[in-house]
Design a protein around this ligand. Structure first.
Ligand code: ZN
Length: 310
């Protein structure tokens, strides 16, 4: 019995020692893991970000330029740098804008994607030009073109999901629910919600007064407080109405004859804008003949704000 008792005591002591050693090892490895994580996330996160949690998790994915673009996971990881720079972030505002040193045109295409977007992309590729697409959700079959535009280096901005003025400007809540809807649709395509937006009709529109008095004054402040940068335009080819390609070129020449250093230029790639596609090469060549180069909108682009009209 006595030797039996001694054996039991030895066994218990051994077990306690084993448990203690295991616990110490586990504690040490957890500590080391925390320290490593903190160091790496601080080093690669220069500024606070609205969606920091999601982006932290994507940092762990390898940056692989050869990854298949069909994989949403790889796509998000490979675009991590643009996501960090362009994702909506309440701590950053359009006060970062600076006039470009060289005369620059920022071509912007509203109301797509549509059946015309692929043709626009082909022309931009042919001239080696980057542009900006302020997108809608009104042609759901074409939403994957948003990812295509982004993959080819163009900037994606939010225009509106429905593009129905009565719906969008019914109230401030209605505006936000429309903006959030197109933001989520874009996130599905490119992995983040971009900070760049263009109000339907621009910030100077007065049609919104038919639905809510003073709404543009309120929204123009609210969107900036929420971290968005809204863009109007300096000039247009006039394709909001129906025109021939020759008329669009003539309108472009008339509207940009003032020698601006920075031109945010309004065009449309929505359904029915075939003459815009037709005029695009001559519009590009006109700007080139005037000494302009082209760039996609980024956080330093002057936002061409209009006077608020409602
Ligand atoms: Zn529009």
């Amino acid at each position: 019995m006595a030797s039996h008792h001694k054996l039991s005591t030895a066994a218990i002591v051994a077990l306690v020692v084993l448990i203690c050693v295991t616990a110490i090892c586990l504690f040490a490895s957890v500590l080391q893991g925390d320290v490593t994580y903190t160091q790496s996330s601080t080093a690669s996160e220069p500024s606070a970000n609205a969606s920091g949690t999601e982006q932290d998790s994507s940092q762990d994915a390898p940056l692989d330029a050869t990854a298949s673009p069909s994989s949403a996971q790889d796509h998000t990881a490979s675009d991590d740098a643009r996501a960090k720079e362009f994702a909506v972030d309440p701590t950053r505002t359009d006060s970062e804008s600076v006039t470009p040193e060289q005369p620059t045109v920022y071509l912007t295409f509203d109301d797509g994607p549509s059946e015309n977007t692929e043709s626009v992309l082909a022309i931009l590729d042919r001239y080696g030009i980057q542009a900006t697409f302020f997108v809608t959700g009104i042609n759901p079959d074409y939403l994957p073109m948003i990812a295509t535009c982004h993959e080819r280096g163009h900037t994606i901005g939010l225009h509106t999901y429905s593009h129905d003025y009565a719906t969008v400007y019914a109230s401030r809540d209605a505006y936000w629910s429309d903006l959030n809807a197109i933001g989520e649709a874009v996130r599905t395509q490119i992995g983040y919600v971009p900070c760049f937006i263009r109000f339907p009709g621009g910030s100077s529109n007065t049609i919104s007064a038919d639905y809510t008095q003073g709404i543009m004054s309120e929204l123009s402040t609210e969107v900036r407080d929420a971290g968005y940068q809204y863009f109007d335009w300096d000039a247009s080819c006039g394709d909001g109405a129906v025109h021939t390609a020759d008329e669009l070129l003539a309108a472009t020449q008339a509207d940009t004859s003032y020698g601006y250093q920075s031109i945010v230029f309004l065009m449309h790639d929505g359904a029915g804008k075939e003459t815009t596609v037709e005029a695009l090469p001559s519009i590009i060549e006109y700007f080139q003949s005037q000494g302009y180069s082209f760039a996609a909108i980024d956080r330093h682009t002057p936002p061409a704000h209009h006077g608020i009209g409602n």
